[in-house]
Design a protein around this ligand. Sequence first.
Ligand SMILES: O=C(O)CCC(=O)C(=O)O
Length: 446
Amino acid sequence: MAMIVEYVVVVVVVSVADLHTGNNGQRGTEDLCIHRIGWQETEGVISSEVYEVEAVVYQLSAKNGETWDERKQRRRKDGCKVVTGDERLSGRRREMTGGTNLPERRTPAEAAAPEVVSGGKLLAVNLYISPLVAKCDDPNAMEDKDVAEVVTLLDRACRDAGFFYVKGHGIPDSLIKEVRDITHKFFDLPYEEKVKIELSNETGYRGYQRVGVNITKGVPDRHEAIDCYRELNKGMYAGLGDPLVGTNKWPTDPNNFKKLMEEYLVLCTELSRKIMRGIALALGVPVDAFEGKIAGDPFWVLRIIGYPGATSISDEGLPKNDVGCGAHTDYGLLTLVNQDDDKTALQVRNLSGEWISAVPIPGTFVCNIGDMLKILTNGIYESTLHRVINNSPKFRVCVAYFYETNFDAVISPLDTCLKKTGGNKKLETAVYGEHLVSKVTTNFSY
Ligand SMILES: O=C(O)CCC(=O)C(=O)O
């Protein structure tokens, strides 16, 4: 019996105009579209009667009366090319205006994730990683063509774009949203309530910091935050982690804050381990290369961050600074960014030195590569330089989960990566815990 299976591929189209005008990440009139694809399937086999449906659901009416084909022609003239990557999708194309009622569901065949290219440059890759998540612990995972496709795209994303979005990751959208909602609730509380869990060197740099206390390269950042780390005991790792010793300072209001965040942490840790398996496959190193002595007992960091809106007066008295978080790279292996859906603020610098807005895509994590992965790959993958500028008048939250190596891991380039890059070690060996402590202990202005 023939049945129609429909699902969604999310494509980010960063407005070319934005790039050229240097617009600070403000969403242009049409910089995000959702690309919907469907096909006809007969008893699990995709038939030749394939059809593709593309619908712009974000500000579809940017140009009145424009058809999808006209829109695409115009976008191409702008130098913007949307690549679905799925060669099976050919044939009949049907215009569908504003159709938002297709279920957000994909089959493994949809694993051919899209890339967004502009002027020959890769801007973003959106990975539907469900095949990888399902099979990464199977020793024959790469024999599965859907896994292999995810891995190929992952490699391209890490080499050329430096960041990527993941969807189909298995963490429920409802939980991802709940984490942000409870974060909003906390930051909405009066300062006197929030400061009850204040961060200091005596708390192991754990807890709440008001706007401007975090500094990047000497400049106060326009954000407030709660910082949490995997717990460390005094004297552990020959005292390497002593500055961070302490228990996390979770707020008691909202009352389920700790429980929710701890549940979320477990899922982020497991998801990151799986993505790192995909990255190992992408690099051609053993699938468990980022386990054992490197990250078999991974450290983690959680930053629960709030950025005042552009017109907010909550930072009155501080030096004028629009930058929510100055340009920096992350310290470990991989970061999962859970950001508000309705404000564009995170910007990522690509290898050509352009700042690309990481426009939020509901249900996805933005993934950044960290410093330890850069060393392990001998620079094949760069750690992603990024910054945050909240130009929206609204308060923005982001919950950033950082998946790190073992605290005491000694990190130097993997042999395979060394060979692939000509045999010379381009990056100094680092001990992760030392790197982290040196950053954390100089990140605050008090
Ligand atoms: O707010 C964001 O989107 C990212 C936060 C960030 O860059 C960080 O905490 O390292």
